[in-house]
Design a protein around this ligand. Sequence first.
Ligand code: FCB
Length: 467
Amino acid sequence: MNPTVTPAPGLLLPTADLPPSFKWGVATSSYQIEGAVAEDGRTPSIWDTFCRVPGAVVGGDNGDVACDHYHRMPQDVALIKSLGVDTYRFSVAWPRVQPGGKGPANEAGLAFYDRLTDELLAQGIDPWVTLYHWDLPQELEEAGGWPNRDTAYRFADYSMLVFDRLSDRVDNWTTLNEPWCSAWLGYFVGVHAPGRKNFGDAMAAVHHLLLGHGLATQRMRAAAPREMKFGITLNMGTADPATDTQADRDAARRADGMGTRIYLDPLRKGQYPADMVEDLAARGTAFPVQDGDLEIISTPFEVLGVNFYFGQDFSGTDEQGNSTDADGLPVVRAILPPGPRTAMDWPITADRFTRLLVRLSRDYPGLPMVITENGAAFDDTADAEGNVADEDRTAYLAAHIAAVADAREQGADVRGYFAWSLMDNFEWAEGYAKRFGIVHVDYNTQVRTPKQSALWFRDTISRVRGD
Ligand code: FCB
């Protein structure tokens, strides 16, 4: 059972402080919605493979059909239009555009994103392209995956195939979505594709993801026919010490280092944080930096995409009070803050969102931010027509949009907000059991029904714009 959060009346329209120019959007990603995994020349990605591993995904679910968006794209764009948003963030499936991860473009794959772009523009919706939202071609994983340096160059080549096709119409380009998830969850914890569990591999993946971002950004910018906005999306939380002990403060520093600073320091300051380099050395590994890499990684970009779901506290001791684990490594134990949780068991911590945004603008100044994802899964109950009275999700969105407005008031340069997600979809290792959509999807019929939160979002946008 989820504790239900009832929106306080003042929170329902929390937007008086956001300007009419603020950009509003909804977000999705390719593997989570498209389906059609074997059509028009698409080859398997690491997620197609991972979904076949027994026990890897709840319910044995996979993205074979998902929301069938590949076949329902025009209706889905009409749905997006009905929400009154300015922009739509979608990702391009690498194995659709460049099957196997190498060589020439697959025309049929590119043509889908071409049609999607045209459809969006015809409806007055600005396309926001993410080039990599986790669907690495399986062949590239077999050649070593992200721990292999060559993957960074392959990514830049693939990015140019998409860029050459869409840059006459698309202005917003995000290279990577959440490299922390790709590296940490995919190569160290093993709960995401490709399901490997090796710390050194994960740190090599971090470096090569960042290198791929830098290479792709440089090449796209050099080829850009006009001024464009390039960027990267990171998922970030806040890492607070559970108590004021030195051990807890160290644990929070380490968590922040692993989640935020090992990405933003090289991207914005051209170096990995010294304390993290030391921690890696203590674990017998290092970022595989070659001459010139950090210049490439720190190539300037225009927008930082921020994905926020929740903040955590950290303790430097385990439940028994030990400060090192079985391998002699310092304990970094996450503790969920008290209070209501979502269906993911994630705490609801809107005030920490404000704190994160203000901190980012202080520590990494001069970088406009856009919230590229924020939202919540709840155990929705739909009536016979698919209507969902999701007060809990509405309250979550209201509180977090208010948190963005607060951060702006405190000086954070946040220019837009995308709700995650347009519609219920394949939630990775959680399968279809977790619903993040502001639009309900009946997976038997593929009928989409806007939830109460979608209607609230639409009304909020129109109120801020002063329509
Ligand atoms: C983020 C992912 C997105 C979605 C949300 C809930 O980590 O970028 O695809 O699964 O979490």
